[in-house]
Design a binder for this molecule. Structure first.
Ligand code: ASN
Ligand code: ZN
Ligand code: CA
Length: 332
């Protein structure tokens, strides 16, 4: 039977109603996107292994926004993979996670009451649990962008997932997960500098992490100190998340898309910010050109300064901003 690309749509739990590029095979429409390296989404049906079943139906309309419909979380996942693909392609010219044109697989409905999501290099796949009571899927867009960016880090700098390099690895995922959210700019998920604000992972309605002032989560570091490398990587990431927010938006108080931020500096300096697009370009060039498996915060300062010099010149305002911003998070 004939197999061809089709234009479908869906309603996710978090992304709202979105277009989806699907694959028509006879009378069946599959959540498989040939234009983006064959990225596809599979149903694990509460199992914790195997590749699952490719989502397919006869209507080419997937999900209804309710978690009770198994397709809804799949729409989030498939859309998140597409948005992440498009972000890297259109922002940096990166053709997939490994820059080889191959799309990532997504798997949803992993296990039972599983409150996490993870990227795996070995299956080149993205996996999402259904959260507490199996009714709070982890399929938000910034989570998708975060997890798939672990694949990009693994394929480039290879930052070791412990100590300061581990914090930089985690921050890279928060930075690009956030940039994916800004890239998609969904009405149902207004972009912000918060991580996991939609998934209510702690049951208190609060985000998982805050880039403007990471210590708001009660654990993350706002500033570098010699003890930062001893923290869990999801807390030592705070220094780089804070750096990125300050570089993009500047210090002090501001409201963006209805969210209030207030970003402090270690040395009392006032920063203006160079905008998130320039900040992201600098981070990406540093990640893919200068960072290695053992890069620590001091080396991240050096690497991002080299990246800024490459992109904007060593006498540029952007270069000066990178230096001043690292100093503002106590990285000298
Ligand atoms: N969600 C976690 C993370 O991306 C899962 C993990 O593999 N550590 O950091
Ligand atoms: Zn992570
Ligand atoms: Ca967010």
């Amino acid at each position: 039977e004939q197999v061809q690309t089709a234009s479908g749509s869906g309603k996710g739990v978090f992304v709202g109603t979105v277009p989806l590029t699907t694959t028509q095979s006879g009378t069946s429409y599959q959540l498989k996107d040939a234009g983006r390296g064959g990225q596809a989404t599979y149903n694990l049906k509460n199992k914790t292994s195997g590749s699952g079943t490719l989502f397919a139906n006869s209507t080419n309309v997937f999900g209804n926004g309710l978690v009770s419909n198994q397709e809804s979380a799949a729409v989030d996942a498939q859309y998140g993979a597409a948005a992440t693909w498009d972000f890297y392609k259109n922002t940096f010219g990166r053709n997939g996670i490994k820059n080889d044109g191959v799309g990532a697989v997504s798997r949803v409905h992993y296990g039972t009451n599983y409150v996490n999501a993870f990227w795996s290099d070995s299956c080149f796949c993205m996996t999402y649990g259904d959260g507490a009571s199996n009714t709070h899927p982890l399929t938000a867009l910034d989570v998708a962008g975060h997890e798939m960016s672990h694949g990009v880090t693994s394929a480039t700098a290879g930052l070791n997932y412990s100590g300061e390099s581990g914090g930089l690895n985690e921050a890279t995922s928060d930075i690009f997960g956030t940039m994916v959210e800004w890239y998609a700019n969904l009405a149902a998920d207004k972009p912000d500098y918060l991580i996991g604000e939609q998934i209510n992972i702690n049951g208190d309605g609060k985000p998982l992490r805050y880039m403007d002032q990471p210590s708001k989560d009660g654990r993350s570091a706002d500033y570098w100190s010699s003890s930062v490398g001893g923290l869990d990587v999801h807390y030592s990431s705070g220094v780089a998340n804070h750096f990125f927010y300050l570089l993009a938006e500047g210090s002090g108080a501001k409201t963006i898309n209805g969210v209030s931020y207030n970003s402090p500096t270690y040395n009392g300096s006032t920063l203006a910010g160079i905008g998130r697009d320039k900040a992201a370009k600098i981070w990406y060039r540093a990640l893919t050109t200068y960072f290695t498996s053992t890069t620590n915060y001091a080396a991240a300062r050096t690497g991002t300064l080299k990246a800024a010099a490459d992109l904007y010149g060593a006498t540029s305002a952007e270069y000066a901003a990178v230096a001043a911003t690292w100093s503002a998070v106590n990285v000298k």
